[in-house]
Ligand binder design. Structure first.
Ligand SMILES: Nc1nc2c(ncn2[C@@H]2O[C@H](COP(=O)(O)OP(=O)(O)OP(=O)(O)O)[C@@H](O)[C@H]2O)c(=O)[nH]1
Ligand SMILES: [Mg+2]
Length: 378
């Protein structure tokens, strides 16, 4: 039931907060955004508690710099916007903020429905920190949009050069065949400078707003797709851990030292065929497998001895946990996606939506308030 989340990321001082203030018409209002904080707007009290509760794990230093506002605005009735402090190259982020900045970013990246990565054309600074950010964005490519902000600070000719340079720098960082959409404009309330391409900038602004509208319209589909993606990752993780646990049990004996056995396995997953065994299951892509190094860290925090094999999680009446998950990935979630898609389509275009019962049907599936049922559905 939570609203779609729109996340703003990018280098420092590229105009992220100004852009949000502009979109929400907050300039000179007492709750306009300032620099350097994670600021999710529009979090309803209950939604905030539910959606953001797990952020507590990042500690008090982070929570002190995390604030939420409920601002009366039509756009915020439909989406939640998250502003972030900008990335500064050549500075250790953890030391700067006093909390695990990259982990916090990952938390938001994993949950965002739209990720706007903003750049300032007068300082295209693609360094290690930004590379790290794009590594974190892996897998969320379809949510990424690039914003080339402050575009009226340059002449059209200079802007075209910067546009090319930006793509040149980003191409190795984004692993997709289709380039992300780039919005070129100056997202602030001041008039564009004369002799700049103001017509283009206004059209770009309209396209960005259409994009936001699309996110709102597709929120249910996005959420189901996200849950399915997450389920696929959880399934793979469960299978990998299970294989480690099985191998550990098979290699352990009364006389062996458990630490030595475990170290040998985790040092040589290839030798014990851990990944090969996981790949032999149905529908597992080798591109989805986590790096073996990730399991060093994982088992350091979650000792292998605390795990039982997956077969222990099968009940006589309830079946096996993993089977249920596979059913959800293969049939139930795609089925839900189709039915939600059909309902959304009918609601949007009002095709067969002509009876009161249909309206209630749409209402129930969308969990919408009555006044937000699309107007075309009578
Ligand atoms: N020329 C021009 N300047 C802008 C524009 N948007 C923002 N600025 C200026 O850029 C500066 C930085 O703006 P912020 O909105 O604080 O940038 P930010 O990305 O939120 O910065 P951090 O939160 O520090 O990362 C301010 O002085 C703004 O007035 C724009 O569209 N055009
Ligand atoms: Mg800011």
């Amino acid at each position: 039931m939570s609203k779609p989340m729109v996340l703003f990321l990018g280098p420092w001082s590229v105009g992220k907060s100004t852009m949000i203030n502009y979109l929400l018409d907050l300039d000179d209002k007492h709750y306009q955004l300032y620099t350097g904080r994670f600021q999710p707007e529009s979090i309803m009290a209950t939604e905030g508690a539910r959606t953001f509760a797990s952020l507590e794990k990042f500690g008090q230093n982070f929570l002190e710099r995390f604030s939420g506002y409920e601002i009366p605005h039509r756009l915020l009735e439909r989406i939640t916007i998250v502003d972030t402090p900008g990335i500064i190259e050549n500075e250790a982020t953890a030391a700067r903020y006093g909390y695990p900045f990259n982990d916090v970013c990952q938390w938001f990246i994993d949950r965002a429905d739209l990720i706007l990565v903003a750049f300032d054309p007068t300082k295209l600074d693609v360094g290690l920190e930004l590379e790290m950010l794009f590594r974190q964005l892996k897998g969320r490519e379809s949510q990424i949009r690039i914003v080339l902000n402050k575009a009226d600070s340059l002449s059209t000719q200079e802007l075209m050069r910067v546009y090319g340079a930006l793509f040149w720098s980003l191409a190795p960082l984004i692993n997709v065949t289709e380039p992300p959409r780039v919005y070129v404009s100056s997202f602030w309330p001041r008039a564009f400078r004369v002799n700049t391409n103001s017509r283009l900038f206004l059209m770009e602004e309209t396209s960005l707003l259409d994009d936001l509208r699309q996110v709102i319209a597709n929120r249910m589909e996005n959420k189901i797709a996200f849950i399915r993606q997450h389920a696929i990752r959880v399934r793979i993780h469960a299978l990998v851990v299970d294989r480690y646990v099985q191998t550990f049990h098979a290699k352990s004996s009364f006389f062996s030292d458990p630490d030595e056995v475990f170290t040998e396995i985790v040092d040589n997953p290839e030798k014990f065929g851990i990944y090969k065994a996981v790949l032999s299951h149905n529908n597992i892509s080798k591109f989805d497998l986590p790096e073996p190094a990730a399991y060093y860290e994982f088992f350091a925090m979650n000792p292998i001895s605390q795990f039982r094999t997956l077969s222990h999680h099968c009940g006589f009446t309830g079946g096996c946990l993993l089977d249920k998950m596979e059913r959800a990935i293969a049939y139930e979630l795609p089925g839900l996606l189709t039915s939600v898609g059909n309902i959304a389509h009918r609601a949007r275009f009002g095709q067969t939506c002509s009876t009161v019962s249909c309206k209630l049907h749409v209402h129930r599936h969308f969990q919408l308030k009555p006044h937000t049922v699309p107007p075309k559905c009578p």
